[in-house]
Ligand binder design. Sequence first.
Ligand code: GTP
Length: 192
Amino acid sequence: MLLGDSGVGKTCFLLQFKEGAFLSGTFIATVGIDFRNKVVAVDGVKVKLQIWDTAGQERFRSVTHAYYRDAQALLLLYDITSKMSFDNIRAWLTEIHEYAQKDVVIMLLGNKADVSSERAVRTEDGASLAREYGVPFMETSAKTGMNVELAFLAIAKELKQRAVQPLDEPHFQIHDYITESQKKKSSCCAFS
Ligand SMILES: Nc1nc2c(ncn2[C@@H]2O[C@H](COP(=O)(O)OP(=O)(O)OP(=O)(O)O)[C@@H](O)[C@H]2O)c(=O)[nH]1
């Protein structure tokens, strides 16, 4: 399930993952809730993700709260060009703790990383908030596609591991997977 203030880019983030396209131009706010399916391969196994895109606007909050309980994973987005959307993350996390399952997978994403000229939230501040809450963090761009697939694949991998392995056994570490994937990507790009 995608969560975060209105306008942070949740719908675009989902469309980038599903269609590999970016919807620029007029911003059409989501009304209520919507979902899309996408099948991804995780270690050779097909995993069907049902991804729910929620309206960030306050007036739809009572509708979207009803869906939190059934969510296995929550991608919480803010916009790196909007300090307010970042400041609201604590309130989002409070709502998540109130309405979602205790063991829900949460990932914090600083979206619109392509708009560096208008950056209002430092990467370190995103990372430090994520550390405080013990959740993985990445900056992303629904426009360029940066880290979009990685975010969903990391979630898919974590959920698949949880499905096949009891919680008390040592298992896949989502933080390590993200760090390793990013390291691989940056070393690949350094030589390209
Ligand atoms: N530059 C840039 N613009 C983005 C990005 N993601 C979204 N946008 C723009 O931000 C605006 C809002 O995007 P949406 O995806 O509709 O936002 P939302 O979070 O779904 O909003 P609600 O449906 O109201 O909750 C649109 O004009 C998008 O074109 C991004 O990564 N980079």
